[in-house]
Design a protein around this ligand. Structure first.
Ligand SMILES: Nc1ncnc2c1ncn2[C@@H]1O[C@H](COP(=O)(O)OP(=O)(O)OP(=O)(O)O)[C@@H](O)[C@H]1O
Ligand SMILES: [Mg+2]
Length: 237
């Protein structure tokens, strides 16, 4: 009887490898560096929080980490893909596959139903297949939204919209999920629900980074690490 040796698992690339990310905005004669030389490696399957006061650069850095914002200097490699080095068209396609993004203002489209909103990321891919429609329905069920599948966005509560935006960000099954202030304007019970949802998604192997200045999220035991940002720079803690 021969004993087959398992080959060692390939070393997984980090979920996010950010190197020297810098973002400078120029308006007229004024130049402002809003993110300065941020290097950070986020491992796969982690739930991290990016914390800092208003204006410290959290949203900008989150955009840089997900290659939604083009860095002035530095680069970001997501799951081994050097996203910031790819040209626009390729970067957009790769990013859509790798990163789900939940905006602070959610960016759901009023006048459309919840299901139509959740399927929106599939439009540039040529529309939803039956399997993708089934996946979207399963996501709505997971987040307790099945009853609202055909409801227009403007009829949903804040918490329902929040969960709908997460469902939309997951419809392409990206390994990385980025959320900007996911607990803003939610009451205490809803905050606990959001934290539990993020922890469950992390426990399935996804990598999650959320910005916040909400201690109810940042101080949660479910969070693996808190990065503090001040004036666009990471603060050692
Ligand atoms: N497109 C832009 N053009 C010029 N300046 C910008 C732009 N986007 C952001 N900024 C500036 O960069 C700084 C950081 O903004 P950012 O939105 O990243 O902060 P934040 O930490 O997310 O703040 P908040 O907690 O209020 O959401 C701010 O001073 C903002 O005015
Ligand atoms: Mg912000």
């Amino acid at each position: 009887m021969s004993i087959e040796k398992e080959s060692p698992a390939p070393t997984a690339a980090p979920a996010i490898d950010a190197r020297g990310l810098t973002k400078r905005y120029e308006d007229g004669v004024r130049r402002r560096e809003v993110v300065s030389d941020v290097s950070v490696v986020v491992p796969q399957g982690a739930l991290w929080v990016l914390r800092g006061p208003s204006g410290s650069g959290k949203t900008t850095l989150l955009g840089l980490l997900g290659a939604m914002v083009t860095p002035t200097r530095g680069e970001v490699i997501v799951c081994g893909e050097p996203l910031s080095r790819l040209r626009d068209h390729h970067r957009t396609r790769a990013r859509r596959r790798l990163v789900g993004f939940v905006f602070q203002e959610l960016a759901l489209v009023p006048g459309m139903t919840l299901t139509e909103n959740v399927l929106l990321p599939l439009v540039p891919e040529g529309g939803a297949t039956n399997a993708q429609r089934a996946h979207a329905a399963a996501l709505l069920e997971r987040f307790g939204l099945t009853a609202f599948a055909d409801t227009r966005i403007e009829r949903l509560s804040g918490g329902e919209r929040q969960r709908g935006a997460v469902a939309r960000a997951l419809v392409l099954s990206p390994p990385v999920l980025l959320l900007d202030e996911p607990t803003a304007h939610l009451d205490a019970a809803r905050v606990l629900e959001v934290v539990a949802m993020l922890a469950a998604l992390r426990d399935e192997g996804r990598t999650i980074v959320a910005t916040t200045h909400d201690p109810r999220l940042a101080d949660s035991a479910s969070v693996d690490r808190v990065l503090d940002l001040a004036d666009g720079k990471l603060v050692e803690n």
